[in-house]
Design a protein around this ligand. Sequence first.
Ligand SMILES: Nc1ncnc2c1ncn2[C@@H]1O[C@H](COP(=O)(O)OP(=O)(O)OP(=O)(O)O)[C@@H](O)[C@H]1O
Ligand SMILES: [Mg+2]
Length: 586
Amino acid sequence: MAILILDEQVISQIAAGEVVERPASVVKELVENALDAGATFVQIEVGAGGQRFIRVSDDGIGIPADEVKIAVMRHATSKLRTADDLSRIETLGFRGEALSSIAAVSRLLITTRHRDETMGMRIRLEGGQVLEASAVGAPAGTVVTVENLFFNMPARKKFLKSENTEKRLINQIVMNYAMAYPHVRFVLVHDGREIFRSPGSGQLADVVVKVFGLSQFKQMVEVDGEEIIRGRGGRIVVRGFVSEPDLNRKDRSRVILFVNGRAVQDNSLAYAVTQAYHTLLPKGRYPHAVLVISVPPDFVDVNVHPTKAEIRFEDANIAFSAVQRAVREVILGYARPAMTPRREPRWGGPVDEGRYAQMDFDFDAYEAEEATPSDYEDGPVRSRSQQPNLVDDEEMSQRPRTLPLLRVIGQIGAAYIVTEGPAGMYLIDQHGAHQRILYELLKQHIADNGTLEAFEVDTVTIDVSIAENRAVEANQSLLTQLGFIVEPFGVNVYAVRAVPEILTEGDVVTAVSHIFSVLQQTDLDTLLMHLADVAAIKRGAILTTDQMQSLVRDLERCPSPKTDPFGNTTILYLSADQLAREFGRS
Ligand SMILES: Nc1ncnc2c1ncn2[C@@H]1O[C@H](COP(=O)(O)OP(=O)(O)OP(=O)(O)O)[C@@H](O)[C@H]1O
Ligand SMILES: [Mg+2]
């Protein structure tokens, strides 16, 4: 074919494909427009999971009559003027693409009246072409109806998931916005039946009750953290609700995060939440969380992806630790159950059960498939004999000793091993120590063989951010060297086929997600450290004496046993003299 410039119609269809992936994306864009317009009431009506029609009505400011035709053109927006504005976006939209994209692939009807005008405007489009525009009487606000989505994109239409899947995605989007904007009343109607309504009371708690049900809400505690961003000014505020450790599930789908009013998928922040529970949740289990995070607009870049589901922080570490600290603070209360009375929600008196009871909304939108009993069983903790044969025992025993011979006395807090040496007591952090051991083994193995072997596992898929996607792509050979076989599996998803042996027994998804998340700024050595970290025995794992003894044996021959690879202390030593002094016997 000769090279020709595509005609405008094709260009806009291609562009539309990026923004409007499916009916749920239409709902998302229209709801965002309503919220940007300052609506206090947003109604979403959907027919046949969006394949028949989607209608979003709002009582926002409306569109001035003479701007309606412009609003549906590409790159038309009232929310952004200069490139500079991009660094301080305070609206959900800013690309000026949503309406034109939707228009390009559907029949679109907009009825709107600006608050300051007496007459409204009604405009009808098909495949992006304006068919009709006329003045009409209408209440202030906007009603957008989308019919026949993808009528001119048969390929896209064919790939739509089942009606139920689309409904579920739409429900999630609407409920997410209802939680992020508790002062806005949302109503969601599927095929004429109202299935969700948020009260618009301004209280997040009221919406969380509607979304998760009262019984789950009662197992959640309020998070209310705020800190100043050091060295820069501005604040990070982290508010919301997280589950008590007892309420957990097998995946991260209930860790719901909003940053500046936007639902975001951010592995690192989700990991921060999970980390805050560490030792308190069984291995491979995740908490429920709804966290509304506010940062200064110029601390975050929202212009990362056409659907804006991803963001980039000016300093991701600051965001990470602020979230972790805020959650940790309330969760620590549960680490000492005997000392802490059950908390009543702080958001304004006890929950009025009568008021919520009949509204209790058993919504399976958020319910992924049910956990099976085996999900609760933790894999066995690897003892020395089960430890992968990175370096054989023979060789290990010939290494020089770096610690005296230690005798295991027992374990405390499911985290520390108490041992006795010739001249005092050694308290060993099981996770850090194991991390050190594994790191040394991995390093040695790479030095000897150049690579780690790939061990096939049952394929799992992992969602990645755009940045992670790039890092995974760019570091394929490094990953292969470490024994990972991963393949692209759709947009921003990877299928994991094989992992290094030390990861075969644990939670592969968590481990690989973590490796992906650190891949961007990491060299081989640091990756080995992270590999050791995710593979090491967790704090919270109860160990048998044999397991402790073999771990201690290995530690005794590590070149630097006293810290983990990241530099944290692994051993506390209390000499016999110190003990005697403490007891006044010296
Ligand atoms: N419900 C609404 N109420 C008031 N104005 C609206 C509404 N929907 C759209 N508009 C106006 O139409 C313009 C174009 O909307 P569109 O969604 O295409 O772009 P955007 O919201 O500016 O950016 P993005 O593409 O990122 O969503 C908006 O900037 C806004 O001025
Ligand atoms: Mg928009």
